[in-house]
Design a binder for this molecule. Sequence first.
Ligand code: AMP
Ligand code: FE
Ligand code: FE
Ligand code: ZN
Length: 274
Amino acid sequence: MAADLHSHSTCSDGTESPRHVVRAAAAAGLDVIALTDHDTAQGWAEARAAADEVGVRLLPGIEVSTTRAGASFHLLAYHVDPDMPWLAAELERARSSRVSRARRMVERIARDYAITWPQVQRLRPRGATVGRPHIADALVAIGAFRNRDEVFADVLATGSRYHVGHYALDVASAVRAVSEAGGVSVLAHGLAARQGRRLDEELLEELVDAGLDGLEVMHRDHGENDRQTLLRWARRHDLIVTGGSDYHGAGKRNRLGENVTADEELARVDAGRG
Ligand code: AMP
Ligand code: FE
Ligand code: FE
Ligand code: ZN
């Protein structure tokens, strides 16, 4: 079985609807696709209906924005109840903080580039969790850059003078929230360098104590050494090992199915649901 456990739709910063992502997954020969939009479960219903139509299995997920010491960490939550009050409130708080943060970033960028907040709003699909990629789209639309990648290498880089952070739950608290909401938590791209701070053994042990279930190992942003390190950590702590494409449609180079999860690891994700 081919299972891709990480993808995004127009409910966050992907460029294709949940239905389209699921159909594309089937066309790519996948048997299982997890839709893991940032801080929202909004796309699940549409994705599930599409999955039933095309005969692939939808694994419902959310990529939860979290933080530790000013750095950003992404936590994949599978089988989670998005209406569990604590988690639902935190997701709502992160989404609304993302809106004020995006407005502030646009204000800063607008001093040097001719973009406006209403323009970004028009480019963002209705109800989508807003992120830097939507600001990138505005800068591409005015011809200042050719694509999202180029904007992220410049104006939208995490260390850039235009960058503003947003509220997010502490990463260990997020692990606990996901667990309380009956979900399975997998730290996404924990050794990807571009996200600022990377996972280290001290933080890993704290997250394991908080109830972390797995590590996303097979991901485009992990080199061979990163994968070996993560595999060693996963073995030491008996964690689930996952892989996923982090597909964003036309918004990123990542292709559906370019990284996948082994059958026995997917079985552990399913067994871990609370
Ligand atoms: P934010 O969550 O608003 O801080 O923005 C980070 C998001 O931007 C991540 O979830 C990525 O999916 C996306 N991103 C990061 N780098 C790039 C890139 N080079 N091209 C397109 N999207 C990117
Ligand atoms: Fe994203
Ligand atoms: Fe991520
Ligand atoms: Zn992602």
